[in-house]
Design a protein around this ligand. Structure first.
Ligand code: XMP
Length: 310
């Protein structure tokens, strides 16, 4: 594949479709939305308004660091604080599909619809890739960013048209496009992080306190496994509790699962055989998080498991 040619074609296609209108897009910091942001900015300049939506589900320090990275590239990104809206929408929900649905609705119907209205934008640029479409259509999982493929007409329902410049690419191609665009290495090779963010890693209800627990575990896993060379590594908070002992007393505590996988495009995955020493260290650090008294390493490949738990 000729990546430079792909970039040129997409820039022209965005220009032709948007014409003199305005477009908006949401940057999550992942490689897909980062590539779309740069393509859109090169096509439209300041007729593209890029937003980072803080949905309360991001990792430690993520909103600020993503906005900072793009500021260094000369691309302005506005930070939107939508934390309460998302937490409200997720309150009381336990079912994985209902949680994903609540996130989709809050993103597209509430936050983006409002941003479209405020900016007067007619288009939304989207980082949907081929694997997202295939898995959603196959009924494996509703990716939060799929709309038209599920029969949702965003123009009718939300008031804007969606442009998806990456819909023919898989993750490895997106990384090549990112490299060709000159994006910094921390963006090009950033491990995948799901659109529903930490909500995909909390089994059961998403609450501020449970988010804090999984966020702390995520920071430990990402720090410890940064040099693992793995495709993806993550921490999950289970819905069950387990009996343990802390300070000589019985404690009914939280359970964190650690996952570290090899993959090329996330359609299938195998488990990384981490050294025991590394696993012990991760376990020790994770069980030092308040309220967490068990840490498990998940040995299940995809299939039969998926990468995320929700
Ligand atoms: P699963 O859990 O489906 O994950 O095996 C496959 C890959 O996709 C990521 N993932 C998502 N990415 N929106 C995204 O943009 C989503 O809703 C979503 N769900 C999962 C996941 O992290 C893995 O890399």
């Amino acid at each position: 594949m000729d990546y430079a040619q792909f970039i040129q074609q997409q820039i022209e296609a965005i220009r032709n479709t948007v014409g003199e209108a305005l477009a908006i897009n949401a940057l999550s910091g992942g490689v897909d939305s980062a590539v779309v942001t740069v393509l859109g900015y090169r096509a439209l300049g300041d007729r593209l308004k890029t937003f980072f939506v803080d949905n309360a589900l991001m990792r430690h320090g993520e909103p600020e660091s993503v906005v900072g990275t793009f500021a260094e590239m000369g691309i302005p990104v506005e930070l939107i604080d939508a934390r309460l809206e998302f937490l409200d929408a997720l309150r009381g929900l336990h079912d994985p599909e209902e949680k994903r649905q609540a996130i989709t609705e809050t993103f597209y119907r509430k936050v983006f619809a409002r941003l479209v209205q405020q900016t007067g934008a007619k288009f939304l640029l989207h980082g949907t890739i081929l694997t997202d479409i295939e898995e959603t259509v196959a009924g494996i999982k509703r990716q939060h960013n799929i709309l038209s493929q599920l029969g949702i007409d965003p123009e009718k329902q939300y008031g804007y048209k969606v442009i998806e410049p990456l819909q023919t690419l898989r993750k490895d191609d997106v990384r090549q496009v990112a490299r060709t665009l000159g994006l910094p290495p921390q963006v090009v090779s950033r491990i995948p992080f799901p659109g529903p963010a930490l909500a995909a890693r909390i089994v059961g209800e998403v609450t501020p306190q449970r988010l804090e627990t999984v966020r702390a575990a995520t920071a430990i896993v990402e720090e410890e496994l940064a040099d693992s060379g793995a495709f993806q590594y993550l921490a999950v908070l289970l819905g069950d509790k387990a009996t343990g002992i802390r300070d000589g007393k019985r404690e009914y505590g939280q359970i964190i699962v650690v996952r570290c996988i090899h993959s090329t495009d996330a359609r299938t995955a195998t488990i990384v055989e981490l050294p025991w020493e590394k696993l012990h260290r991760i376990c020790q650090r994770i069980t030092a998080i308040p309220g967490v008294n068990r840490c498990l390493y998940d040995l299940t490949p995809k299939p039969p498991a998926t990468v995320e738990y929700v």
